[in-house]
Design a binder for this molecule. Structure first.
Ligand SMILES: Nc1nc2c(c(=O)[nH]1)N[C@H]1C(S)=C(S)[C@@H](COP(=O)(O)O)O[C@H]1N2
Ligand SMILES: [Mo]
Length: 323
């Protein structure tokens, strides 16, 4: 496994974290969380895999960022992936993404903002305190996982760069480097992989820039060194290995829309009542559930279960038209 060295974060090295520290932390969290204490902190459910540098996050206070659901085992979350730049098979990213170079890395913030700039990844990581958020991720293909991400709200960055009145949408551009990404030789998608959100969706506190998962830096196959996570939308909206965030006036094109406009809309909110052109979206398979492919499928929830938090963003919209 490719090791990313510690980048100077103010955190204890793993050998210094004792079970007692974890227990104390957990008690403090539970005390602070009050009524929300039914949600088990992720660290109590999933010890650090110990494969990559530690990247701890404080349990997030953002509504919807904790869950009582069972966290998906790291082995599944890090080996069953979509990252077409490394191949279209679910096992390709874990097999081939070791060629991705995550340092040096810059994220360019461009377009309709008063303060554009190029952020070095290590500086970007220090922009806001790291939080741990346990989100469901629902792939448009009909499977889902529950993952403890580490990062912070994209809104933290957006506020600092001061969008102008012309900024209505945000485009996310991901790395496209043939030298590092064998999948780019395939024309399955238009490269670079691009995605987009409406500005208010991008500003929503649940929308996250994630730098790690399971208390460690992001594995390459999951989108190192930084990716988007938008938990109420199908997984493909959550672009991996971001290199640019662009504020624009007109709705930007997205790679999946360009590839198959009748199948993938701009919004792509998880919606059990609006089927994909070729299959139902009413149910999903939770990766890691006993029984494998034969496991009972569970109902898919409106907005992936985040309707209380995000439903208002779409008030009055015909979600069959704006799918
Ligand atoms: N750059 C890039 N980002 C991407 C993809 C991709 O192919 N390339 N696949 C998307 C899809 S379809 C899903 S379901 C999620 C999967 O994220 P995970 O592997 O961390 O579960 O990443 C999304 N982000
Ligand atoms: Mo997906």
């Amino acid at each position: 496994m490719h090791l990313i060295p510690d980048r100077g974060f103010q955190h204890p090295v793993p050998s210094e974290i004792t079970p007692r520290d974890l227990a104390l932390n957990r008690r403090q969290w539970l005390a602070a969380a009050g009524a929300a204490a039914v949600a088990l902190p992720a660290a109590a459910q999933t010890p650090r895999p110990g494969k990559l540098a530690a990247l701890p996050g404080a349990p997030s206070a953002v509504p919807g960022a904790s869950t009582v659901e069972k966290i998906t085992a790291y082995v599944h979350a890090s080996t069953y992936n979509n990252f077409y730049e490394f191949g279209t098979d679910k096992s390709d990213p874990a097999r081939y993404a070791h060629t991705l170079k995550t340092r040096p890395w810059t994220v360019s913030v461009e377009g309709e903002v008063a303060r554009p700039g190029r952020f070095d990844i290590d500086a970007l990581m220090k922009l806001a305190p790291m939080e741990e958020r346990v989100y469901r991720l629902r792939c448009v293909e009909g499977w889902s996982m529950v993952i403890p991400w580490v990062g912070w709200s994209l809104a933290e960055l957006i506020r600092r760069v001061e969008p102008t009145g012309n900024a209505k949408f945000v485009q996310f551009v991901t790395l496209a480097d043939r030298a590092q990404m064998p999948g780019l030789s395939s024309s399955v998608l238009d490269w670079p992989y691009v995605e987009g959100l409406r500005l208010d969706e991008a500003m929503h506190p649940l929308t996250m820039l994630a730098f790690g998962m399971y208390g460690e830096v992001m594995p390459n196959q999951n989108g190192a060194p930084v990716r988007l996570v938008v938990p109420w939308k199908y997984g493909f909206k959550s672009g991996k290995s971001l290199v640019a965030i662009r504020f624009v006036q007109a709705r930007p094109k997205t790679s999946w829309e360009v590839a198959a406009p009748h199948e993938y809309g701009f919004y792509s909110n998880v919606n059990p009542r609006v089927d994909h052109a070729r299959w139902s979206q009413a149910t999903e398979r939770r990766i890691g559930d006993d029984g494998g492919l034969l496991a009972r499928r569970r109902p898919t929830l409106m907005f992936n279960g985040y309707e209380p938090q995000v439903g208002q963003l779409y008030a009055g919209m015909d979600l069959r038209k704006f799918f």
